[in-house]
Design a protein around this ligand. Structure first.
Ligand code: KET
Length: 420
């Protein structure tokens, strides 16, 4: 008895010691530069607070929006679908419709079955799956990422253990595209490099190449044999028309590139939390596409097995019905137009206040974001003194600006920038 007590005492003592040492070396992770802003916003009790951090669309009352086409699709789905597993590669019907949006309604590439595509956990999951695929099959490759870019791109390729290089993109003085710098970097990268391109509505800058510039970029990629990977998280949010926003991709397709695309329905269908998207890789022929798809599935299986079913069903219900698709296109345009309207309003408010700075770029930039040019210190003042929350790179999510808060926002921006 005594002995047993001693042993059990020793075991539990040792147990305690090792238990407390399991995670003793784990330090708290740094806050995410985008999602951390939402956390701080939620914790602020001020009734005046404004969140223009995360890129999530709000209506003019600042409320999250569920599109009418989504409500209708949900109504049709309710009670009619089972909840069985999807295949590892996801919903075939959803993927079919999704490829049409990127590659074109009547694309020969789709007919020829040259595209390896799987349903992904939204745009993030598509990027991550591609990064893992790149690492597995091109283990010595690197990825060229624009400066600046969506902060999570760095995390994604880092965690996939693909080394990162950068290329020039934004020109801070002109607040436009550094086209010459970008072209130089494309020319100087080793032949056959991987490049990450934002298909439209570049995050965070709101600056896209023109059609002519895309053609030159595509040409230079051809000369160098580079691989373009398009992140298309905002199809429809640049021009209000998903077809027009796919122009960059279509230019590359016309030039005969083999490409990869990450598509997301988070923004353009407002399905943020449903996590529905698509990763596609254009291959040389059907046989190659079959092999690539099987390997993408092989990557997915031990990670999450197969993707969630509900969001995919919403998407395929909408895009598979001509009337619902028409309604969706109308609603995308309404969202894009409201944002464009808020750009004008913010700029006009700042100019009316007599701001000594130029704010032309607010209306020139496109998509969800305004890359304001404010410094991290100015952003800190906006948060501390005015309860306005945005990322410290000065990015304003125009999707969070409303008729009700635009005056307050402009006034605060004026206060922190007027002596700069
Ligand atoms: N790519 C880009 C360029 C992008 O801005 C986002 C999201 C994504 C992919 C991923 O979206 P998903 O929800 O996985 O489909 N950007 C916003 C939200 C976030 O950071 O997660 C943002 O920049 O605020």
């Amino acid at each position: 008895m005594a002995l047993r007590n001693t042993i059990s005492g020793r075991i539990s003592g040792r147990g305690r010691r090792s238990m407390s040492s399991w995670w003793g070396s784990v330090e708290p992770a740094p806050k995410d530069p985008i999602l951390g802003v939402t956390e701080a916003f939620l914790a602020d009790p001020s009734p005046h607070k404004v969140n223009v951090g995360v890129g999530a669309y709000r209506d003019d009352n600042g409320k999250p929006v569920v599109l009418q086409c989504v409500r209708e699709a949900e109504r049709r789905i309710a009670g009619h679908s089972n909840m069985e597993y999807l295949p590892m590669g996801g919903s075939v019907k959803m993927i079919e419709e999704t490829l049409k949006l990127a590659y074109g309604e009547n694309s020969e590439l789709i007919k020829d079955k040259r595209i390896a595509a799987v349903q992904s956990l939204s745009g993030t999951g598509a990027c991550r799956l591609f990064a893992d695929f790149q690492k597995r099959f091109r283990p010595d490759s690197q990825i060229y990422i624009p400066v600046p870019t969506w902060s999570n791109h760095h995390n994604i390729w880092r965690d996939a253990q693909v080394p990162q290089r950068t290329f020039h993109y934004y020109h801070p003085e002109s607040k436009g595209l550094d086209f010459a710098g970008m072209m130089d970097d494309i020319r100087n990268a080793p032949s056959g490099s991987f490049f990450l391109l934002h298909a439209c509505a570049h995050n965070p800058t709101g600056v896209d190449p023109s059609e002519e510039q895309w053609k030159e970029i595509s040409y230079q990629f051809k000369v160098k044999g580079h691989f373009p990977f398009f992140d298309m998280a905002y199809q429809g949010f640049a021009s209000g028309d998903p077809e027009r926003d796919a122009k960059s991709i279509r230019i590359f397709l016309e030039d005969g590139h083999l490409i990869g695309i990450a598509q997301s329905y988070a923004k353009n269908m407002g399905l943020y939390g449903q996590r529905v998207g698509c990763l596609s890789v254009l291959c040389e022929d059907e046989k190659q596409a079959v092999a690539v798809k099987s390997q993408l599935q092989q990557l997915a299986r031990p990670m999450y097995s197969n993707p969630p079913v509900h969001g995919a069903l919403i998407v395929s219900t909408i895009l598979g019905d001509p009337d619902l698709k028409k309604l969706w296109l109308k609603e995308v345009k309404v969202m894009a137009d409201r944002i464009i309207g808020m750009r004008t309003a913010l700029r006009e408010n700042l100019e009316k206040l007599g701001s000594p700075l130029l704010w032309e770029h607010i209306t020139k930039q496109i998509g969800m974001f305004c890359y304001s040019g404010m410094t991290p210190e100015q952003v800190d003042r906006l948060t501390d003194e005015f309860h306005i929350y945005m990322t410290r790179n000065g990015r304003i999510s125009m999707a969070g600006v409303t008729t009700g808060n635009v005056g307050y926002l402009a006034n605060a921006i004026h206060e922190v920038t007027k002596s700069a």
